[in-house]
Design a protein around this ligand. Structure first.
Ligand code: MP5
Length: 208
């Protein structure tokens, strides 16, 4: 791990939900896949697998985000609506990359990806909005911290930058503020579940 990476992600690592997740936090935000991105040894097929599965994940996450926005009262709703537009741009971005690499976007969700999306959609229908805010925050913070442990250089610099950019971090910070402003006893348990799914998703990208 680069020397300054710990400092870059510390504000999130030390936040309430992250520290409450115990070892799941580390498991959800560190991955052999990312270590291999960092040292330049990532096999191309692993990257392609991640790209397609992450695209499919983000499609499901967008449905979760829309349902969460619908359940969240104003003024908190505002940032979630803006986030939907960001997700639309992100899907275009994934499609452009998948197209450029001639990947088949019609492939099925891997069981690990399917389980993660099923968890999100089921929660979106059944959980109250404060719990959904903690899940939302978990999904986004997991990526900004996991990718944030890498320096934005090498063939995948654009991917590292996407989730470590200052604007993205400000968005993640804001989601944390919303979750903190609307506490709920179930937030920690559902946040932990997100970390479990992140861990399993990363394993899938590495092991296939
Ligand atoms: C995110 C993601 C972050 N793209 N994939 C996984 C498995 N977890 C979290 O979501 P977004 O919409 O890319 O910021």
């Amino acid at each position: 791990m680069p020397r300054h990476a710990g400092a870059r992600v510390r504000e999130f690592t030390e936040s309430r939900l992250a520290s409450g997740a115990g070892e799941l936090w580390e498991q959800g935000t560190r991955a052999a896949f990312l270590d291999a991105v960092g040292d330049g040894s990532l096999p191309e097929d692993a990257f392609d697998r991640w790209l397609v599965q992450d695209y499919l994940f983000v499609k499901g996450f967008t449905d979760f985000a829309a349902l969460t926005a619908a359940k969240t009262p104003r003024p908190a709703q505002s940032v979630l609506i803006a986030g939907l537009s960001g997700l639309d741009d992100e899907l275009d971005w994934f499609e452009a990359h998948a197209w450029a690499r001639s990947l088949d976007r019609g492939v099925e969700l891997h069981p690990a990806c399917q389980r993660y999306v099923d968890f999100l959609i089921s929660a979106a229908y059944s959980e109250p909005f404060p719990v959904l805010l903690a899940i939302f925050y978990g999904v986004e913070v997991a990526y900004t911290v996991a990718w944030g442990r890498l320096e934005a250089r090498g063939p995948y610099a654009e991917f590292i930058e996407r989730w470590t950019h200052e604007d993205f971090k400000a968005y993640v910070r804001y989601l944390l503020k919303l979750a903190d402003e609307h506490p709920h006893p179930e937030q920690q348990a559902r946040f932990n579940e997100v970390m479990r799914h992140e861990r399993d998703f990363w394993r899938m990208t590495w092991e296939g």
